[in-house]
Design a protein around this ligand. Structure first.
Ligand SMILES: [Zn+2]
Length: 235
């Protein structure tokens, strides 16, 4: 039972690439963020002020900006209409802080525009919560009971998780594209500061790409083990 934990194919196809990808993603993100945290923007807006300005210019008055705990815990919550900025972002006028704050404001702008991929992603949240819980249980039971049927159901549930991560990508890329364009248009940063913003946001976007690729590899592995590619669960 749980044979896949000791399956060399699982190690080579899922564990190793997942380890390498998440390592690259977090190292890249931290190094870009820390580097541009030391570079102050000339106009002097803090992260909170920058986010406020972008939302005001877009006519958004019903989103609250709050402080959040934890390094890089910044996010926009479309349900509560709150934009949470971490300590390193909220009161800082660094290039990193401006980049992250404008990215989160970009999500609020997407929400106000009813941007398709964001709407799709929000609608998908309950489905993916169910899918990730069900997939773990079904895949485990599938291996335990040597049931290909259960394994296939588990893999189908896991495919929902992968699909969710795929839908997340255009949402993240678009929020960053808005941030890069609007931070200059709104007079928050200069053109040369914009290249720093771009570097921080590119590094941040890679964490989502890495998570998606890792999950996709996991999905392909389970599809193979479920016999979809003729692999079968021969262990
Ligand atoms: Zn984002």
């Amino acid at each position: 039972m749980f044979g896949f934990y000791f399956d060399p194919l699982y190690v080579v196809m899922v564990i190793l690439p997942g380890f390498v990808l998440s390592g690259i993603a977090s190292t890249w993100m931290k190094s870009a963020f820390n580097r541009y945290s030391k570079v102050a923007t000339r106009r002097g807006f803090t992260g909170a002020q920058a986010a406020e300005r972008l939302m005001q210019q877009a006519g958004i008055n019903d989103v609250r900006i709050v402080r959040s705990q934890g390094y890089l815990s910044d996010h926009y919550n479309p349900v509560t209409r709150t934009l949470a900025l971490s300590e390193q972002v909220y009161g800082s006028n660094s290039v990193s802080a401006i980049g992250v704050a404008c990215h989160e404001a970009g999500h609020a702008l997407q929400h106000a525009d009813a941007y398709g991929f964001l709407m799709m992603r929000s609608a998908f949240v309950p489905v993916v919560n169910f899918g990730s819980g069900a997939s773990n249980l079904l895949i485990m039971l599938g291996f335990l009971l040597q049931s290909q049927q259960l394994l296939l159901y588990g893999v189908a549930a896991f495919a929902l998780v992968v699909l969710f991560q795929l839908i997340t990508l255009p949402v993240e890329f678009d929020a960053s594209a808005r941030a890069k364009r609007l931070c200059v248009e709104a007079g928050i940063c200069t053109l040369d500061e914009q290249s720093g913003v771009s570097k921080v946001l590119t590094a941040a976007a890679f964490t989502y790409v890495a998570a998606f690729v890792s999950s996709l590899l996991t999905l392909l592995y389970f599809l193979y083990r479920a016999g979809v590619f003729g692999g079968g669960s021969d262990d």
